[in-house]
Design a protein. Structure first.
Length: 164
């Protein structure tokens, strides 16, 4: 069985004039909302065998927060530019190419791509994964390259607003 998590980065700042999209940091609100999601993951004993993140500051900061919360070493986060570039098919190639000894994979990225990717598997489809949101899908296969053609189940779709 394979478990895949699609995370959207936490709420970030647009306030600094002239700052590039790539360098936008998280807002305190985004950090607080992400901590709610982390608490949910911790209570359920959710971990990851591999975390892959966009290199954009807001995504990588979110990945590091979640990693710390679930006991994943921050220095083991794989940074993948293809996630920031937003090419849907390139991100699927990353997922399909994940080594099969990895049982659970977390992808940290951006909308609209994260929602589009999740909607390949989630039913009913999600209108939009909000900031700090996550969709978790399990697949009844032992090979990542087979996930699109195998039985799967949506374990949860979670947004910070759903949590206390």
């Amino acid at each position: 069985m394979k478990t895949l998590y699609f995370f959207r980065h936490a709420k970030s700042s647009w306030e600094e004039a002239g700052q590039s999209d790539f360098d936008r940091p998280l807002l305190e609100t985004g950090i607080k909302r992400t901590k709610k999601v982390i608490h949910y993951l911790e209570k359920r004993g959710i971990t990851a065998d591999l975390i892959i993140s966009s290199p954009a500051v807001r995504a990588l900061e979110t990945a590091k927060l979640v990693a710390a919360g679930i006991g994943y070493p921050a220095d083991k986060i794989v940074i993948e530019k293809k996630i920031y570039d937003g090419y849907y098919t390139k991100i699927l190639e990353i997922i399909y190419g994940t080594p099969n000894e990895i049982g659970s994979l977390m992808i940290f990225g951006h909308n609209p791509t994260i929602t589009l990717l999740a909607n390949q598997f989630v039913r009913p489809e999600i209108e939009m994964i909000p900031t700090s949101g996550v969709a978790c899908i399990t697949f009844m296969t032992s090979k990542w390259e087979e996930i699109s053609g195998t039985d799967h189940e949506t374990e949860f779709v979670l947004y910070p607003k759903m949590l206390k």
